[in-house]
Design a protein around this ligand. Structure first.
Ligand code: NAP
Length: 773
């Protein structure tokens, strides 16, 4: 049995909706995550299919709701089978039936697009927890063993959770006494039944638009006998249906059948050190009212940002512990309402008086709204400490806003980036200035937005919102704001690492002077960078410059390993950190070869495969007139200069954290004619398209992507030793000199820095004025 050891920050076991949402949230928060899934393919059964209002809000706050289509706003729900109007003040009240496979499809696509690493066909077989890490072993069907070292492991592996069992977490509660059998059956024609309580049990039948009928049936005698009907085949289901309803459905074809009991259990602790549980792994319940999936997704939404902040070193242990405190309380309450509903729905004649009284109570608006709030998940209120605002601990209500620059937005849209939010609705310039000053030290984690609300949905003042949309603090002054920021977003950030503000570093380039190598700023401290083609020329100068700014740099070459080692030696001599990595680009397998070497080297040095900066610099010129350019020449130029950067970016998105940087080296020849380099100029034209289109895709992750276009730049080519040629080339620049590699390196370093956070999709002319005409 072979075994492969790899590292990541978080391993999630289970790629159901909960594991996938959590994976996306962790990536949004900048954490590396690997998801291990036992199944080799996504589920095809319908299973959990109800999305409630709070879940729809959550999906919307990550820009995912539109992927599902248009919510039906169907307010008809039930409580224990008694009709309940779920209307509440939310954009999408009521429930929405979405097949689980669709939910998984959307969440998987999203998590992967953010860089989550999903491995199917991996069954957890061993879990060991050490003081500072966990080791997870998983086996594939062919016996190959994978070993993962991670900071945390999260069990999202369902009610029979292996993670929970291996961690030895207590799972107290009650065993099942009643069973509901559920199936999708094609080719039957029976009357629709909405929770019909019959003498022999309960029957539900709903024919969908596709002609498939969802049936659910419970037989009273199984409860009386205290038996769990367990697994049922189609013959068993038909017999059961006949006993309860008297109807024959044996002529149909079952698409799937499952059964579930009313067991009610909850993990004693959702977090035990480095092991966490979410979804059904943390709580087992009968899926009455479609609450189980929603409860699980909301667990993931609560946990994701907290765990990402913890592994990112920005949070105290208390923040992670608040996951248990908050979600265990919510789970306890939901489990209790589910048991009440199971009794009302599946109980025998003895529950009729209770049903009658409940129905009477539900006719009162306040009782109806109370139950609707509980079932939809909209009434969750966390204990976020003292304060008088009615918003405290609750989710920020969806509302329309007009920002100070006149733009229309919504509270939901402001949560899309998965960051904290200080919403300034105070309409008081002095307070705005104070709020901005107070929040400045947390600029990388919480965004300040000054706006006014077009309705009264949200009260005026300052409101601090967590990435999961819950209000952490609210006030009409800034008293207590700093403490709340510290509590929820960790200690103040050191100056220079802030995403939002960086006041003390400015870079100037003196165009009159021949450039000297710029001094390091340290502003890339803790970052990692890959510069392709950095064995020489512009790439080398860029690698040296990024290392001088504090980055650990992967110096890439094609064949000139000696030259790459020379670049590494130069960097190390200056006290910087670098390593060489070799892979020929523009040939099959190039990206895998490069990333294989890169990730091993990064893991060895940093314990992670995180790559903060990718500079696509490697390139080849043609140097032949169009008449002499062969198809092979053309293919090679395109493969190295355009195709390789595209696939390097595609692969690097698995490694780039939020706020990452991509810089592609183009050429002034995309805007200045040179008939002997037409194919080359075409390839660079293609490279520039990367910035335009990827910028839009990567904006939500705050990853910037830009093109830098050098003009004629001294790169060690013999032509630069010919004074007359150099003189002629210098004449093209407004500064009357040829470019030096450092001229370009400085521009790349700026785009790689925090100062360039607001620049994306741009073309930066670094030709020394050659394009001025
Ligand atoms: P250079 O001195 O010719 O160096 C090229 C670098 O790219 C070397 O590190 C080389 O690795 C690597 N490389 C070339 N082909 C490769 C392949 N197939 N696979 C992997 N690596 C490969 O380059 P430069 O003049 O500094 O140019 C750097 C970038 O700027 C290029 O994209 C170029 O198009 C662009 N540019 C340059 C100028 C200029 O005047 N210099 C002007 C405009 C744009 P080995 O050392 O192993 O061969």
């Amino acid at each position: 049995m072979s075994s492969h050891l790899a590292q990541t920050q978080v391993v999630i076991v289970g790629a159901g909706p909960v594991g996938l949402l959590l994976a996306g949230e962790l990536r949004l928060g900048g954490a590396d995550v690997v998801v291990l899934e036992r199944r080799t393919a996504p589920v095809t059964e319908s299973r959990a299919s109800t999305l409630h209002a709070r879940t729809m809000e959550i999906l919307d706050s990550r820009g995912l709701l539109a992927e599902f289509g248009s919510p039906p706003n169907e307010p008809r729900g039930h409580f224990g089978g008694i009709p309940l109007d779920l209307t509440l003040p939310t954009p999408h009240p009521g429930q929405w039936k979405v097949p689980q496979r669709r939910t998984e499809e959307i969440l998987e696509k999203w998590a992967r697009s953010l860089g989550a690493d999903l491995r199917r066909g991996q069954e957890l077989c061993e879990l060991s927890v050490a003081r500072d890490h966990v080791e997870v072993r998983a086996a594939a069907a062919d016996g190959t063993l994978s070993r993962w070292l991670a900071r945390y492991v999260v069990g999202c592996d369902g009610e029979n959770s292996t993670v929970r069992a291996m961690a030895g977490t207590a799972f107290p509660g009650e065993n099942a006494r009643r069973t509901l059998v559920r199936a999708d059956v094609q080719g039957i024609d029976i009357p629709d039944r909405r929770f019909e309580r019959l003498d022999a049990g309960l029957a539900v039948a709903a024919r969908g638009a596709n002609g498939v009928t969802r049936v659910m049936v419970h037989e009273s005698r199984d409860a009386a006998a205290g038996q769990d009907t367990g697994t049922v085949d189609f013959a068993g289901l038909c017999a059961l249906w006949r006993r309860v309803t008297g109807e024959d459905i044996s002529g149909g074809t079952p698409l799937w059948i499952n059964s579930f009991g009313d067991a009610s259990r909850q993990a004693a602790c959702y977090r035990v050190g480095r092991v966490l549980l979410a979804g059904d792994a943390a709580h087992q319940q009968m899926p009455i009212g479609g609450q189980a999936l929603n409860l699980g997704l909301q667990d993931a939404f609560n946990l994701g940002w907290k765990l990402a902040a913890t592994v990112g070193g920005q949070a105290s242990e208390d923040l992670l512990d608040s996951y248990h405190t908050e979600r265990h309380a919510v789970g306890r309450r939901i489990l209790s309402n589910i048991r009440a509903q199971a009794t009302l729905l599946l109980g025998g004649p003895e529950v009729e008086p209770v049903r009658a009284v409940t129905e009477e109570l539900m006719a009162h608006p306040a009782a109806r709204a109370h139950l609707a709030g509980m079932i939809s998940g909209l009434d969750v209120r966390h204990d976020v400490r003292d304060g008088s605002s009615s918003l405290l601990g609750r989710r920020l209500p969806p509302a329309e806003l007009i920002t100070e620059d006149g733009a229309r937005t919504t509270t939901t849209e402001l949560l899309r980036a998965g960051r904290g939010l200080l919403l300034d609705l105070a309409a008081d310039p002095e307070l705005t200035a104070q709020a901005q000053e107070s929040a400045r030290p947390w600029g990388g984690r919480a965004t300040v937005v000054t706006a006014r609300c077009t309705t009264e949905a949200v009260e005026a003042g300052l409101i601090l919102v967590r990435p999961d949309g819950h209000v952490a603090w609210a006030g009409h002054g800034t008293d207590g704001l700093g403490a709340a920021l510290q509590r929820w977003f960790g200690p103040q950030e050191p100056t220079g690492t802030r995403d939002g503000h960086n006041e003390n570093r400015r870079h100037t380039m003196n165009a009159d002077a021949t450039p000297s190598v710029s001094g390091g700023t340290g502003r890339l401290e803790g970052k990692t960078a890959l510069v392709t083609g950095s064995s020489r020329g512009i790439g080398r100068a860029t690698a040296v410059r990024l290392a001088r700014d504090g980055a650990l740099v992967a110096v890439h070459c094609s064949s000139r390993q000696d030259a790459a080692e020379e670049t590494v030696a130069t960097i190390e001599k200056e006290g910087g950190r670098a390593f060489a990595v070799r892979a020929e680009l523009g040939v099959p397998g190039d990206v895998d070869e490069l990333f294989g070497g890169l990730e091993d080297a990064l893991t060895e040095r940093t314990g992670s495969t995180r790559l903060d900066i990718l500079v696509n610099n490697a390139g080849v010129m043609g140097g032949v007139a169009p008449e002499q350019t062969t198809p092979d020449d053309f293919d090679r130029i395109i493969a190295v200069n355009a195709k390789a950067p595209f696939f390097l970016i595609q692969r690097a998105l698995e490694n780039l954290p939020n706020g990452g940087r991509i810089i592609n080296i183009s050429s002034g020849l995309t805007r200045c004619a040179n008939p002997s380099e037409i194919a080359y100029a075409m390839s660079k034209g293609a490279v520039e398209q990367l910035a335009l289109h990827f910028a839009r895709l990567l904006g939500p992750r705050r990853i910037t992507i830009n093109s830098v276009a050098p003009g004629i730049t001294r790169n060690g080519s013999p032509v630069f030793d010919m004074p007359q040629a150099v003189e002629e080339m210098a004449g093209l620049s407004a500064f009357h000199r040829v470019g030096e590699p450092e001229d370009i390196a400085d521009v790349v370093a700026f785009l790689a820095s925090d100062e360039a956070r607001w620049v994306t999709g741009s073309f930066v002319d670094a030709t020394g004025g050659t394009l001025l005409g």
